[in-house]
Write a protein that binds this ligand. Structure first.
Ligand SMILES: [Zn+2]
Length: 466
């Protein structure tokens, strides 16, 4: 004890102290005015009010400080619309690295990669190890689904899992690469039940095998029946909002205490991209490359997207049929109806007491042009407030609760002693209006404080669109 008392001078030698902050620390505590945050070796060492400890200071002039956001469902390997532009390396690789920078520039400092191949994981880890700007990356590895099912039918590097032996081999590999958990899919097709699925008995066995290895299981489900089957597995979490009227699912989710990863922007982003001038603010201009913007907003891009969706939705239908089909830009009324439906369902979930955790599905896969990296996570927080969460509840869903879902409580999603120094400095107050999350002054990741521009700099901005 005495030894501890004798070292205050050494302890005071912090790398940097942020002073003059309005601190919302992500623990659920109220905002602290005139707060300071001390950072050393990439971690927060102390926070407080009044006289800050000695060390180099950064004056924030009353700006709001919040924890870096945690997105519990992203696809950092995916490049929005890349397949529609027939993008190839090296521009594809540049675009992937840009996506990581864009995520960080938007204040999203931790993500759970919901479905990358083992090769992709290795590459992204190598980039991170080389010091390329990136959010903290956690992985679930390839999605477990049957051969020719979701997502083996249309994403490379997702080996078909057809029996318990396949599953065991896969789960062993996940443990080997240090995956955060495992992902199991229950999906027979977006529009028509055209994809093979596992028997429920096999799913139960897979979940038991994952548990035995200490891997929490995240289940992909969209249709009502799939959600019911997912809940019956008592998984760690279910990902995606119910795509039909939810029936008794809100009560069942709440009763069982199973968290639901929100992914509301899946339905809202096509609308927001063509309406609501969502891509007009400075942050969107910074993080969304011109080629991606054009694919997502042009009539030509939409036509390609809808053909791509038909291809992934109907992988077994004759290709000729799909390519003959002519699609156009859907009406705004249609897009509004789709977006409103998922918000209604989310509202019912929230009212029933279901734990909604922020996950945006940013990137999804290369056929989809709307789910921009970084921006999608901010959209998701905004959408949670449209589903009835208060701005503070939505922020907690994107910080404390998201960290808890990933088993990273106290490490990320908070600004508190011992946590990584991952935080966002904002020019406006997100507790008043979640759009304030786009008014970013600085983002700190592991103690490194930069402007969004500086996080993005160096990444390829705009490969020429065709
Ligand atoms: Zn996803």
């Amino acid at each position: 004890m005495l030894a501890w008392l004798l070292v205050p001078a050494a302890a005071a030698a912090v790398d940097v102290v942020l002073v003059g902050a309005r601190l919302w620390d992500g623990t659920g505590a109220p905002v602290v005015e005139q707060a300071w945050v001390a950072v050393q070796d990439g971690r927060v060492t102390a926070t407080g009010q009044g006289e800050p400890p000695a060390g180099p200071r950064v004056e924030l002039g009353g700006r709001v400080v919040i924890p870096g956001l945690v997105d519990t469902h992203t696809h950092p390997w995916a490049v929005p619309g890349a397949a529609l532009r027939e993008e190839t390396d090296p521009s594809l690789e540049d675009a992937r690295r840009h996506g990581l920078r864009a995520t960080l520039a938007c204040g999203v400092t931790t993500v759970l990669d919901a479905a990358s191949s083992f090769d992709a994981i290795q590459t992204m880890r190598a980039w991170e190890a080389k010091g390329l700007p990136s959010p903290r990356l956690y992985f679930l590895g390839p999605t477990m689904g049957p051969t020719d099912g979701y997502v083996d039918a249309f994403i490379e590097g997702h080996p078909g899992i057809d029996d318990l032996d396949d599953a065991r081999r896969h789960l062993d590999r996940l443990v080997e690469v240090g995956a955060l958990g495992a992902k199991l899919t229950i999906e027979d097709g977006y529009f028509l039940p055209v994809l093979p699925v596992h028997e429920q008995a096999l799913r139960e066995q897979i979940v038991a095998e994952a548990r035995a290895r200490g891997l929490p299981v995240f289940v992909h489900a969209q249709h009502r029946d799939a959600h019911a089957q997912a809940l019956a597995l008592r998984p760690h979490a279910v990902m995606h909002m119910v795509r039909q009227r939810p029936g008794d699912l809100p009560a069942r989710y709440a009763g069982q205490g199973t968290p639901l990863v929100s992914t509301l922007q899946l339905d809202a982003s096509p609308l927001w991209t063509v309406d609501e001038r969502d891509l007009d603010d400075p942050l969107a201009h910074l993080v969304v490359p011109e080629a991606q913007r054009r694919t997502a907003t042009s009539r030509r891009g939409w036509r390609r997207y809808e053909r791509g969706m038909a291809r992934v939705s109907l992988p077994h239908s004759p290709g000729a049929l799909v390519s003959l089909a002519s699609f156009g830009m859907p009406t705004l009324d249609y897009l509004r109806a789709v977006a409103a439906r998922s918000l209604r369902t989310a509202r019912r979930m929230h009212q029933a007491g279901v734990s909604l955790v922020m996950g945006s599905d940013a990137g999804a896969y290369d056929e989809i042009p709307f789910y921009f990296h970084g921006l999608s996570s901010l959209r998701e927080v905004e959408l949670l407030t449209r589903a009835g969460l208060s701005p503070e509840q939505a922020l907690l869903a994107a910080t404390r609760d998201a960290a808890g879902l990933l088993g990273l409580s106290g490490q990320v999603g908070v600004v508190a002693p011992g946590a990584w120094a991952d935080l966002v400095v904002l020019d406006a107050d997100p507790l008043q209006d979640p759009r304030a999350l786009r008014q970013i002054h600085r983002v700190m990741r592991g103690g490194e404080l930069r402007t969004p521009e500086a996080w993005v700099r160096g990444s390829l901005r705009a490969p020429d669109p065709r």
